[in-house]
Design a protein around this ligand. Sequence first.
Ligand SMILES: [Zn+2]
Length: 379
Amino acid sequence: MKMKLKDKTLVIWVACIWFMITCSSCSRPVSDEQSPRVLLPWIENGQYHFRVVELRTMESLKSLRGSVARFSVGVNGPEPIVRALRRSDGVFVPTDPMSQNLLSLYANLERLAELDDQVGVGYLLPRPWKISINTNIVNENQRRLHNNAQYDADRKMIEFTSFESRGDLPLTVNAGAIAHEHFHALFDVLVPSPASLQDCSAMEADQIAARREARLRELYRVRLLRAMNEGLADVWGWIHSGDPRFVARSRPEDGELRSLEKGIQPIWTAKQFSDYNRAEGFCPRRSDQDFVYQLGNQYGLAFQWAFGSKDRVPVAHVVIELLRKLKKDIMNFPDGDELKPALLIENLARQNPRQCPFLISILQPKDQSELTWQCWETL
Ligand SMILES: [Zn+2]
């Protein structure tokens, strides 16, 4: 039977539409699939399991490109290549450890971006964020670091060194560690950083003597803010991962110092912190002073004991509120002498009166008396 011209046109149109529907993904490689689902080590209820995780913002699985983050090998290097096979159910399975690490890293950054949006700071850090892997990071003595990560405020980039881990978990898979580094980026935009310290390595003895007291005051302020930054970054790591011992999983050597699952520690007075600061000397060679992390951990434990059993997203709101207040305090006290370790706890107590009695109990007697009056005013 002969078809009419009108029928033929209809058949051609149907065939075209069918081709477009069935072959909509034929024109691009399978790795460019939108919102791919990937089998990854993933933390749930404080434990890691293999889970199928949807990467909602991923644009190219192969070059690890998505709207949340862009990656480079080294700070100026090429994009990394991800290798994965697609199972019959459509789930991608990474075929080498590097690919598994990178996809886990992207998945965590995606969830951290969602948390930023939830607590109203999503606009602060323009996306895609810059992430570098296999980065050559050196310490003050020009020794190359391994199994480490940092937020580079000048480049606005999170940088990971090579992947080898002394613990059970590479840092790029460790949800808490990834959140810790991301928090430093938030702190960097929310809290004004102190003026950078003058390089002291080439100073003569008379220059050191003339500048000693001023320099120690600068160091006090820099280190106090660093302790607050490190302590709250570990709180952010716990908020994102639900894992109070995330540091130990990748860096067992720091695990006990930074654990958020131990007895509460009293917050140091300004004098105690100043004494540690002076003991470190005028021109210290180390940037990772243990006493900075010790005070940071006192803040972390205060949060864990005050809010640990609660839904974690409201705790993220509390942290952001605290940073906004800290910014005002720093601008009001430009010389630094008024800043003291108890300040963060006093602000936390004022903002959360129900936690005030507990927060008073972890301060030293002198700082306690000031906070007691403030608690009575707010309660
Ligand atoms: Zn840190």
